[in-house]
Design a protein around this ligand. Sequence first.
Ligand code: FMN
Length: 319
Amino acid sequence: MRIVLAPLEGVMDHTVRELLTSLGGYDLCVTEFLRVSNHQLLPPRTFYQLAPELENNGFTPSGVPVRLQLLGSQPDTLAMNAQRAIELGSHGIDLNLGCPAKAVNKSKGGAVLLKEPQLISAAVNELRKAVPKDKTLSVKIRLGWDDPNCVHEIVDAIVQAGADELTIHARTKEDGYKAEAIKWHYIAKVKERLAVEGKSFSIIANGEIWDVEDAMACRKISNCDDIMIGRGALASPNLAAMVAGISEKMSWVEVVQMILDYRKVQVIGSKGHHYSSRVKQWLSQMRRSYPEANELFMAIKKIKDREDMITALANSIRK
Ligand SMILES: Cc1cc2nc3c(=O)[nH]c(=O)nc-3n(C[C@H](O)[C@H](O)[C@H](O)COP(=O)(O)O)c2cc1C
């Protein structure tokens, strides 16, 4: 059983990966996507900016391997940037075929490729040539654009082109993030079909895992041991450790203390508001797991200044 920390663009940067992996339970992190296009090989500094862990042999400070994710559709561009990422120390390469953002899909990246299994096949084929066999080539998909039954054709393209691993976010692009649209059972169908064909292939189930019960249900219904956790990792910071059975749920005071400590690794944004925005982003997600988060969110939602935010957080647990 493996637990993977999901890529969340604009949310799960290296500082958050550092914090969450320090709490235990994670076996792998996938970075936010790096967009590659126009037959351009990006300079090393772009890779280091996205994943400073590359300077630490591709590990977070607590020793969890980090895999760089690419987003694009030109096979040659994907391949050359994949090769560079591997040379710089990425633990494999992940290809993003799930991003639903209009701007991304318009420029032929992310989920829009789910409509074109042939293009997926060409992209994965080139990536396979660029990624050495001893490094994992993984792909992250949704079940399809609007029809989950298309998943089999998509998976066939990926498996035949030589990928090693697949993460399935169990919704279509059209499902967006609707909780009720989650379809873990489709992942079980994919597994069953591959087993009938005698193919052994690593599959990671993803989507709507917010607590230990969800993790157990997802595993059971999808028939996957391996899971990926995204928003739930923010809502409940030590969720992976709880799922792995190595720790109890953090108390609210511990959570606030953790958010306060986070300011030490956090990079101050150009307007000095970065820390405050991040705290609001987290508290908003944490409302799902901690009732106290709502009250605190309401109290701090207008604060922009970093020092004011620190004072307000500290005071909230001093009461
Ligand atoms: C704000 C946000 C940013 C995301 N960024 C990425 C990304 O860069 N790459 C990717 O493959 N998926 C991305 N995703 C999708 C997540 O990795 C994940 O598949 C999805 O949130 C479902 O998992 P969860 O319910 O555990 O969050 C993003 C999702 C959100 C909400």
